[in-house]
Write a protein that binds this ligand. Structure first.
Ligand code: GLN
Length: 537
């Protein structure tokens, strides 16, 4: 089948969940046997979100090929269980950069380079790139931002042109908000009408309108929206606020989203979606047999999106254990020696989060010490692993001033140090050790027990690493390096001999956890928390 294209735009407000709607539609189409991928086009000027503060835009998600991308790509992978790549996330910055580079090479042969056609052509090329190798039946393209934004105009224009070219091989879905007015007790459709009008002014008629709403949309409201927005009433669908994002594919199936998409594209709807594994997952999520309390010690705790993938990996790992994970976020800046017991005493496991820079690091190190000494299950991710090594160097090896050179460049004990390759870099964007690297696991280790294999691949995003000149001293004293990257001779996993579950990983396991395949580290970590809770009883 020729590749078909689905465009998802949003209106009225941001953060309505275009990513979840796109991922849900992709899930439904995949469950019918089609191959699907999703891409996100972001209208900001940054080349990628790698340089953005998590407070700005939530977590930066890293793909296998080392692209630093929007967190929506995490949803795509978690829902679809297929890896994404650099091609799945393109920003205005990247589009302009490519066009300007072509201009400098003289590729435009003396033409005046303009938004239309040069920028819009470049956008179209990126949209079609994923479909060009014939790997996918459907490419779903989500446009970031809301229609009417100045920044998103070239993207909407590119869609307008593509709709002419592709005809029935494309569908346009518009996600809006139908707010509920408490004072009158009514759902209001006007914002949706205005949003569609804005889209029409830019030449794009949506085929399907998905309305986010707190309450059921009545038939008459659906008809009203249909009438004002030139769509069939059955193509006005509701997306009710859900208990879990993992409910949304089933909600959208009930609304007929996949069925209508196929109908518009004139594709016979033969196989109904097979979602048994999804339903099983949801059942276990909603009816857990036990529960644990886990805390995440980090510095971006005010914003849940900053640790999105960790949050989701705990949901998957919890379901694998039929156990509800009550995850609390604790601000590491507010943890001191004097209050650490008070802050952490009620948890069955402690995760120390990834991060950059000095803020909150001492609180992370104190939390590691608490987990180590009290034998509480511990997982340290990236900076969390580095903190575990610093804590061990300070409190077990006795190097009180041990630190990472990221935080104290003149420490006499640089137990965590910058990678040789990173030393001469002058640019910040896209220059870390990024993406998937192999790791060899030592037998008879906790890591081996967790992974059940010797050779693994995990994704990375860091500049600093364990300083190998301290390795033998660490190992002699009970901190073992049980995962190594042989090519680069880098320590990727550390664990403690004399602890039931203490593991630090230089990579980010959370990026690889999906609904179909939870990540074993999170699965085993939740299990360790359960065991800890039962033992404490
Ligand atoms: N700041 C640390 C480094 O660059 C850790 C990075 C992270 O936690 N992702 O090595």
């Amino acid at each position: 089948m020729d590749t078909r294209y689905i465009f998802v735009t949003g209106g009225v407000a941001s953060s309505l969940g275009k990513g979840i709607i796109s991922a849900s539609l992709a899930t439904l189409l995949k469950a019918r046997g089609y191959s699907v991928t999703i891409q996100k086009l972001d209208p900001y000027i940054n080349i990628d979100p790698g340089t953005l503060n998590p407070y700005e835009h939530g977590e930066c998600y890293v793909t296998e090929d080392g692209a630093e991308t929007d967190l929506d790509l995490g949803h795509y992978e978690r829902f679809l269980n297929t890896p994404t790549s650099q091609a799945n996330n393109v920003t205005t910055g990247r589009i302009y950069k490519n066009v300007i580079e072509k201009e400098r090479k003289g590729e435009f042969l003396g033409q005046t380079v303009q938004v239309i056609p040069h920028i819009t052509d470049e956008i179209q090329q990126h949209i079609k790139l994923l479909g060009s190798n014939g790997n996918y039946d459907f490419v779903i393209t989500e446009i970031g931002g809301t229609v009417g934004d100045i920044e998103s105009f070239p993207f909407i224009e590119a869609i307008r042109q593509l709709r002419w070219e592709l005809g029935v091989k494309c569908v346009s879905i518009h996600l809006t908000l139908v707010p509920f007015l408490k004072a009158t007790g009514e759902l209001k459709t006007k914002p949706t009408q205005h949003s569609v009008k804005t889209l029409l002014e830019q030449g794009v008629q949506p085929d399907i309108i998905v309305c986010r709403t707190e309450y059921e949309l009545s038939d008459s409201l659906r008809q009203k929206i249909a009438l004002f927005c030139n769509v069939q009433p059955r193509c006005v669908m509701q997306s009710l606020d859900a208990e879990s994002i993992y409910d949304v594919p089933l909600q959208m199936q009930k609304e007929g989203l996949d069925r209508e998409v196929l109908k518009i594209m004139q594709i016979p709807s033969i196989n109904e979606p097979n979602l048994i594994y999804w339903e099983n997952f949801l059942h276990k999520l909603k009816f857990p047999k036990s529960s644990v309390r886990i805390c995440l010690v980090g510095k971006y705790v005010e914003l849940r999106d900053a640790y999105k993938s960790i949050n989701e990996a705990f949901i998957h790992g919890g379901v694998a254990n039929e156990c509800k994970v009550n995850l609390d976020y604790i601000q590491s800046e507010q943890i001191y020696k004097e209050n650490v017991h008070e802050k952490l005493k009620d948890y069955h496991a402690i995760l120390v989060a990834p991060g950059f820079g000095e803020r909150g690091v001492e609180g992370k190190i104190i939390s590691v010490q608490y987990a180590r000494e009290k034998q509480i299950p511990f997982l340290g991710i990236c900076l969390g692993m580095q903190c575990a090594v610093i804590e061990f160097a300070r409190n077990v090896l006795g190097y009180k001033e041990a630190h990472s050179t990221e935080i104290n460049p003149t420490t006499p004990y640089p137990i965590i140090d910058i990678m040789e390759k990173q030393k001469d870099l002058t640019e910040t964007g896209g220059t870390m050790r990024l993406g998937s690297y192999p790791c060899e696991i030592k037998e008879n280790s906790l890591a081996h027990q967790i992974y059940g294999q010797k050779h693994i691949f995990e994704r990375h995003r860091h500049r600093y690493e364990l300083n190998n000149s301290y390795l033998s001293e660490l190992e002699t004293n009970g901190m073992l390096a049980t995962g190594i990257n042989r090519n680069q001779n880098l320590v990727e996993i550390i664990e403690l001999e004399s602890h039931p579950f203490f593991i630090g990983v230089q990579f980010h396991p959370e990026y690889k956890s999906t609904i179909e395949k939870h990540h074993p580290l999170f699965g085993h970590f939740v299990k360790a928390a359960k065991d800890f809770k039962n033992k404490a009883k």
